[in-house]
Design a protein around this ligand. Structure first.
Ligand SMILES: Cc1cc2nc3c(=O)[nH]c(=O)nc-3n(C[C@H](O)[C@H](O)[C@H](O)COP(=O)(O)O)c2cc1C
Ligand SMILES: Nc1ncnc2c1ncn2[C@@H]1O[C@H](COP(=O)(O)OP(=O)(O)OP(=O)(O)O)[C@@H](O)[C@H]1O
Length: 175
């Protein structure tokens, strides 16, 4: 897998997943596996576009579940061809939604996989509707755990703070 910084890569076709992916938990794994599967079907490279640190850490100090090296190595294990790691700092957060769309356009995505609540750009001005005006977008159905709750990095951080190590490991799905 090749690792890139934001804005440095051009591709003539791709299938992309975008998100913080902190922990690369079972829900993230499903998103990324679907991305890899579709890219192989279409004969173009798969790409994960992620952020370091996770936006929720930058804005609210949330605990980081996987340092960037670990996150990139888990993404590589899922068979992804390219990862873009955007340095999430003050100047990055001030980028407009349209500047982000322009960067994605250089990757010529045949499909972008995101959750239905995906937002991007300064003050979260961009949403799935805007993204879908520019690119084909696939909305990912949420992956639940056996008790019916949606798996999320936030939930895993909460379980960790409660000392629920076994449950945490099972939602992360890497043991
Ligand atoms: C170019 C860019 C600028 C962003 N600026 C902000 C911002 O000003 N405020 C904010 O809360 N989130 C901002 N975000 C973060 C997004 O709201 C979101 O957390 C990120 O796209 C990751 O999606 P996910 O949380 O679904 O993984 C920005 C994202 C991008 C790509
Ligand atoms: N349980 C899940 N099932 C399917 N897709 C998911 C799941 N959790 C996250 N995703 C998707 O993975 C991508 C990255 O999500 P993100 O990094 O925001 O995860 P998260 O676990 O929801 O994080 P947080 O709790 O910090 O908001 C998004 O497109 C999101 O919709």
């Amino acid at each position: 897998m090749e690792t890139h910084t934001e804005g440095t890569l051009t591709l003539s076709g791709s299938v992309i997943a975008i998100g913080a992916f902190d922990g690369v938990h079972k829900g993230h794994q499903e998103v990324i596996r679907q991305t890899v599967r579709r890219s192989r079907m279409l004969g173009v490279p798969s790409l994960v576009y992620t952020f370091d640190p996770p936006p929720r850490h930058y804005f609210s100090g949330a605990q980081i579940l996987t340092p960037i090296e670990e996150k990139v190595s888990r993404i590589a294990m899922l068979g992804v061809d390219h990862v873009v790691v955007a340095r999430f700092d003050e100047s990055y957060t001030k980028r407009s939604a349209s500047s982000f769309v322009t960067e994605l356009a250089r990757l010529h995505p045949l499909c972008i996989h995101v959750g239905n609540d995906f937002q991007f750009g300064q003050n979260r001005e961009g949403n799935v509707e805007l993204l879908a005006r520019h690119f084909p977008v696939q909305i990912i159905e949420p992956v639940h755990c056996p008790d019916g709750k949606t798996i999320s990095s936030t939930r895993i951080r909460h379980l960790l703070s409660q000392g629920e190590t076994q449950k945490t490991l099972s939602l992360l799905g890497w043991q």
